[in-house]
Write a protein that binds this ligand. Structure first.
Ligand code: CMP
Length: 140
């Protein structure tokens, strides 16, 4: 029953897709245990995506992720990490399955509307990046 991190990226917030995305999350059975809207500084975005440092898309990714507010969420419920990844779809919207968020709303491999942790260890560190323990609703 691990929690995972979800982000609605600047393109999703800018395009007013947050309500639709949160509805999909709740309809899927995932539980929103924490939520904040904030704008990343350059340093924070560089740190959050440090694993991609040196890749050709790193600097534009940091620029994009700091271009406007994002919504960060702690998502819980049974199989939350996998469930959220399935709901998002593949990184590249063109390759994502139908009825996934990225397929429906993503406009490029970079502007792919949402982010999700890719495994249990990443989920732990990514949730802790944005949320203190006392900001997360306990599991029921
Ligand atoms: P995300 O799941 O947030 O993880 C890293 C992000 O980098 C990814 O979504 C995309 O927004 C971006 N990204 C990954 N691969 C590429 C790529 N080949 N070109 C541009 N951006 C990418």
């Amino acid at each position: 029953m691990a929690n995972t991190l979800g982000i609605i990226k600047p393109d999703g917030v800018r395009r007013k897709l947050a309500g639709k995305i949160i509805s999909k999350i709740e309809d899927s059975g995932l539980v929103v245990r924490g939520i904040k809207i904030l704008r990343l500084s350059k340093g924070q975005a560089e740190k959050f995506y440090a694993v991609h440092e040196g890749k050709p898309f790193y600097s534009t990714l940091v620029e994009f992720m700091t271009s406007g507010p994002i919504i960060v969420m702690v998502l819980g419920g049974h199989g939350s990490i996998e469930k959220w990844r399935e709901l998002m779809g593949a990184t590249d919207p063109a390759k994502a399955k139908y009825n996934t968020i990225r397929r429906e709303y993503g406009t490029s491999i970079e502007k792919n509307v949402v982010h999700g942790s890719d495994g249990p260890e990443t989920a732990k560190t990514e949730v802790a990046f944005f949320f203190r323990e006392d900001e997360i609703l306990p599991k029921e």
